[in-house]
Ligand binder design. Structure first.
Ligand SMILES: Nc1ncnc2c1ncn2[C@@H]1O[C@H](COP(=O)(O)OP(=O)(O)OP(=O)(O)O)[C@@H](O)[C@H]1O
Ligand SMILES: [Mg+2]
Length: 419
């Protein structure tokens, strides 16, 4: 009777086990089930439907006898694949993301991190994290987390780089460290912009303070001029006062690029502005310097107006004109000013036949204080650029051995005559 009962229970257990086995074989991941009371372990390996059953696993000390589930190895096995997939997505994240393994070796580095730290991303994979960050190990947040096994939350970092860092830990199923993940909100750009704005404000303040005493000195020089000998008076006119004026001009130019300028604007008819207002001035100068000047205003610009300040725009053309004369070759200097309509923009070109600009310096000519001339201040083009930008326009340059062309684009506001 008891035997009969045992047989029935055994049969029931076998059927139950079969049911569990079938269920477990359907799972899409590897799976281990241990029941220490029954002394049975069932295990299914990743990507197989085969379930192995192990009996008599009761050798585990009693206190540890609890039924446990672990989803294992498939995550470990495929982590590199997941990482590869993540990498392409993380390239779009505008913060630095770096993964390291338990030895501090970089396994993932997104493009933003590589770009800001000026390294080739592909060369960084497989290198130690210190080669990427180039700071001592004890300052590296990822290594701190690796050694302490404590993630870092929103910590401000100020070393070679400035920003907010976060680290997290990815564990293997056996509790060992798989990866340390670092996320760094890189704020160097913001710090740089703040520094530049501050430097600009200080410089503008100093320039402003120098201008006042210069005005006083100039006033007194003029006053004294009438009470000195003829010879000394000439020195006042040819050297002292022009030098003060030159210093004043440098300061005014500098202030005009460092401060947001406020100037009054009016509607300016392009053809009249170029051939009339600017042309009158340039023609006089051209005559003085023996330069051949030509103007070609395309019919498409007839009755087109821009919103601007004629004196500021004249200043741009004076700057371009003096650069062209200074770049003149032995031959007769020639300047052609042409203008046409390009969509909603007035497209003005200022071309000379001078010596041209070396391609190595072309990127710097609009920088304040960049000059290749002994007596140049290097402000002419940066002031011109600022003026054109204040007109919501753009200025570009093209240059070669046969000359230089500056192209200006300024938005057209009206293309019918105004009453
Ligand atoms: N038309 C040009 N042909 C050749 N080089 C030019 C021309 N225009 C500008 N450059 C180059 O660009 C540099 C910067 O020009 P920019 O007008 O800003 O300063 P600068 O002429 O040197 O000094 P300044 O402040 O007196 O104008 C010049 O020093 C020169 O090397
Ligand atoms: Mg110049």
């Amino acid at each position: 009777m008891q035997d009969q009962q045992m047989r029935i229970e055994n049969k029931k257990l076998k059927e139950e086990l079969k049911l569990y086995k079938n269920l477990i074989s359907e799972l899409p991941f590897s799976f281990t089930y241990k029941d220490f009371d029954l002394g049975i372990q069932m295990e299914k390996k990743y990507r197989t439907s085969n379930v192995t059953t192990l009996h008599q696993i009761s050798e585990v000390p009693y206190i540890e006898r609890k039924n446990e589930f672990t989803i294992t190895s498939d995550f470990d096995l495929d982590f590199e694949k997941i990482e590869g997939f993540l990498s392409s997505i993380l390239d779009y994240v505008p913060h630095h993301i770096v993964f390291i393994d338990k030895n501090g070796i970089i396994t993932l580095c997104n493009l933003k991190a590589a770009k800001d730290l000026q390294v080739n991303r592909d060369e960084m994979i497989g290198k130690h994290i210190r080669e990427l960050l180039k700071i001592p190990d004890e300052q590296i947040a990822l290594l701190q987390t690796l050694h302490s096994q404590k993630p870092i939350f929103d910590k401000e970092i100020l070393d070679r780089n400035y920003g907010i860092t976060n680290t997290r830990i990815i564990y293997n199923s056996d509790g060992s460290i798989k990866r340390i993940v670092g996320l760094f909100l890189f704020l160097n750009g913001i710090k740089e912009a703040e520094k530049q704005a501050l430097a600009g404000r200080i410089a503008a303040g100093i320039a402003h303070e120098i201008r006042n005493p210069l005005t006083t000195v100039r006033g007194y020089l003029q006053l004294l001029q009438s009470s000195v000998d003829q010879g000394v008076s000439e020195l006042f006119t040819t050297l002292l006062i022009p030098e003060i004026d030159r210093a004043n001009k440098i300061i005014n130019d500098f202030l005009s690029i460092s401060k947001p300028s406020q100037f009054s604007t009016e509607k300016l008819q392009i053809a009249e502005l170029i051939e009339g207002y600017i042309g009158n001035f340039l023609n006089r100068e051209a005559h003085l310097h023996n330069v051949k000047m030509e103007y070609h205003i395309h019919a498409s610009l007839k009755d087109c107006y821009i919103e601007g300040n004629r004196d500021e725009l004249l200043q741009v053309f004076i700057n371009l004109f003096s650069n062209s004369i200074q770049a003149a070759k032995e031959t007769l200097p020639e300047i052609i000013v042409s203008a046409q309509r390009k969509g909603g923009m007035a497209y003005i070109q200022f071309a000379d036949n001078g010596m041209g600009i070396k391609s190595s310096i072309l990127n710097h000519i609009f920088d304040p204080f960049f000059s290749t001339k002994d007596d140049g201040t290097g402000l002419g083009l940066s002031v011109s650029k600022k003026i054109i930008e204040n007109h919501k326009g753009e200025i570009r340059v093209n240059s070669g051995p046969s000359g230089t062309v500056f192209s200006l684009e300024i938005p057209i506001v009206i293309n019918t005559p105004i009453e």
